[in-house]
Design a protein around this ligand. Structure first.
Ligand SMILES: NC(=O)c1ccc[n+]([C@@H]2O[C@H](COP(=O)([O-])OP(=O)(O)OC[C@H]3O[C@@H](n4cnc5c(N)ncnc54)[C@H](OP(=O)(O)O)[C@@H]3O)[C@@H](O)[C@H]2O)c1
Length: 310
């Protein structure tokens, strides 16, 4: 079978497509024929080696987590999935999988869900970003109708789904995006769109209930100025300052997304219920995997970049 492989840590030059031995599912695992995969900033970080102290990985490995496909083998003790089931989830090596950028991938059943009633390309775009949004907005923030939320990076993979979920709940949504993505964010339903390249959100917004941060750094710190007392800041880029949280009387959470069955099932429900629609910016064949990562890095994609494998 063909698989993308990383033999030494580095940039895109370390990616190669090789013939490798088919992996065997162990207890609690499934083997998936991967139809489509999607790429995430996490994949670039794992390839670069910047996370190797936190998440040790044996080289060579296959990068990629998000997949959509069909189960072709089940390991011992797997009762809730069967051969031929259409599934989506994470096969990331950091979750104990064998990597999704391959014709076949092993995933743990706990990182697998039943696909919503959409095609493989769209389903593969959802696992990490969809689970992130559900965990942040429903579990951590418990966002309610009438509340005000600021979503940073509203045109990105996570941000564009976050806008839709927050609007479906009935919240007032402000979002920061780059200049070219303002219309896209409006079309997703955002009430207020702020161009982060030209405007200062911290001078424009006040008394917000929640901030969902997909950017980090100074953007995280300035977000405290937007929140009202009792508000909540969830960041995807590490733990925000506890000291600033205390001073401003707000709750802070540095989220570590769990791409698990519970979150995936909720994502599928929201998609099937018409509450969330993932936007596919561009689809690449597996042979153009380097081009796909380059496109993701330099083109400010609207939503997600997908790799078609079958
Ligand atoms: N902790 C976890 O478990 C976890 C899980 C998933 C993702 N993440 C992290 O979360 C972040 C977002 O993920 P993603 O998949 O949504 O990435 P993405 O698709 O690359 O989206 C990021 C968005 O942020 C925008 N942006 C960049 N600088 C900005 C600024 N100063 N102000 C406002 N927006 C800005 C980008 O716009 P332009 O393209 O126009 O610059 C882009 O649309 C990534 O850093 C990722 O590594 C963490």
């Amino acid at each position: 079978m063909k698989a993308v492989q990383v033999s030494s840590y580095g940039g895109l030059e370390v990616l190669a497509i090789n013939e490798v031995v088919k992996p065997e599912p162990k207890a609690g695992q499934i083997l998936v024929e991967v139809y489509t995969a999607s790429i995430n900033p996490l994949d670039v970080a794992v390839m670069s080696g910047s996370l190797k102290d936190m998440m040790p990985i044996e080289l060579p490995f296959t990068p990629g987590g998000d997949f959509a496909g069909v189960i072709s083998e089940v390991g011992e003790g797997v009762a809730n999935f069967a051969l031929g089931d259409k599934v989506f989830g994470s096969a990331n090596v950091v979750n104990g999988g064998t990597g999704s950028l391959a014709e076949l991938a092993i995933a743990n059943v706990v990182n697998t869900g039943r696909m919503p009633k959409i095609n493989f390309e769209t389903a593969a775009a959802l696992p990490l970003v969809g689970s992130s949004v559900v965990q942040a907005i429903e579990e951590h923030m418990q966002l309610a109708a009438g509340q005000k939320i600021l979503i940073h990076g509203g045109a990105g993979g996570i941000g564009h789904l976050a806008i839709q979920l927050a609007k479906s709940i009935g919240a007032y949504v402000a979002t920061t995006v780059g200049t070219d993505n303002a219309t896209f964010a409006k079309e997703l339903g955002a009430d207020e769109v702020i161009d982060y390249k030209k405007q200062k959100f911290e001078e424009m917004l006040h008394d917000f209930d929640a901030v969902y941060d997909m950017v980090g750094g100074e953007t995280t710190n300035k977000s405290f100025l937007v929140l009202k007392k009792g508000g909540i800041l969830v960041s995807m880029l590490g733990q925000p300052s506890e000291e600033l949280a205390k001073r401003n009387g707000v709750t802070v959470i540095g989220q570590n997304t769990k791409t698990q069955t519970k979150n995936l099932s909720r994502v599928a429900g929201l998609v099937d219920g018409g509450k969330m629609k993932v936007n596919i910016d561009k689809v690449f064949p597996l042979t153009e995997v380097k081009e796909a990562f380059t496109y993701q890095k330099i083109n400010s994609p609207r939503g997600k970049v997908v790799i078609k494998i079958k």
